[in-house]
Design a protein around this ligand. Structure first.
Ligand SMILES: C[S@@+](CC[C@H](N)C(=O)[O-])C[C@H]1O[C@@H](n2cnc3c(N)ncnc32)[C@H](O)[C@@H]1O
Length: 216
């Protein structure tokens, strides 16, 4: 997705085309777990797709992102929607999650950001997500993943190779489909509630909870 983030103004339209409009349904399903008054963290909030949905439910949302231009778009969208009282946007990377208070969030969510993190960042982010979630709190994730089935993996690569090349030429960077996300979420001490893959097996919607027995 980095290719779109280098021109954030076109990000929303581009993401709609790339995901064939299916992302709206995915984000609606995930944010259905959020209720009024809850404290929510959106990791890699970008232009605010998940943040705004949660704020519309009268949750108090903190959106963090390392790209100030994406945050600017999110801020404009929050202003236009009259949701600024429910939204706090911060230029902040996952490496700084240690500054968030333990057991302080009802929901931690992230859309299409984990695939942009390094292996170390992903492991750290999942551990931090567990730490900052209240007991019983939800972790909601939607992202690109590496298909488990070898045939689907090959087809996925054939489709992805041209995108990877163009992205690298323009932005000198690329995204990494996340490997074994459900297993990694469990390793971080969270309990999986539901996992849903698309037909190609390259996109996941995952809902997990911080279980009662693990207090630290
Ligand atoms: C593909 S966009 C998704 C944005 C938004 N969540 C959405 O669904 O439209 C990924 C976002 O993750 C952000 N990001 C990448 N690495 C990050 C990091 N280490 N910490 C925080 N945000 C990061 C990018 O700046 C970008 O805005």
């Amino acid at each position: 997705m980095k290719i779109l983030e280098s021109s954030p103004g076109r990000y929303d339209m581009g993401i709609r085309i790339l995901t064939l409009g299916r992302l709206d349904g995915v984000y609606d399903r995930l944010t259905a777990y959020i209720i009024k008054g809850q404290k929510v963290l959106d990791i890699g909030c970008g232009s605010g797709a998940l943040t705004l949905r949660a704020a519309q439910k009268n949750a108090k949302v903190k959106g963090i992102d390392i790209n100030p231009l994406m945050l600017e778009i999110a801020q404009n969208r929050a202003n236009e929607a009259g949701l600024t009282q429910n939204i706090e946007l911060c230029e902040m990377g996952v490496a700084e999650l240690g500054s968030e208070e333990s057991e302080s969030y009802d929901v931690v969510m992230s859309g299409l950001c984990f695939s942009e993190l390094s292996e170390d960042e992903l492991g750290f982010t999942l551990k931090e997500a567990k730490r900052i979630l209240k007991i019983g709190g939800f972790l909601l994730i939607a992202d690109e993943v590496r298909p488990k089935n070898i045939f689907k993996r090959i087809v996925n690569w054939l489709i992805k190779i041209p995108l990877v090349i163009i992205t690298y030429l323009i932005a000198q960077t690329t995204t990494n489909s996340v490997r074994n996300l459900p297993e990694r979420v469990e390793e971080a001490g969270l309990q999986i509630e539901s996992v849903r893959f698309n037909k190609m097996g390259n996109f996941i919607e995952l809902v997990a909870r911080r279980p009662e027995e693990t207090t630290k």
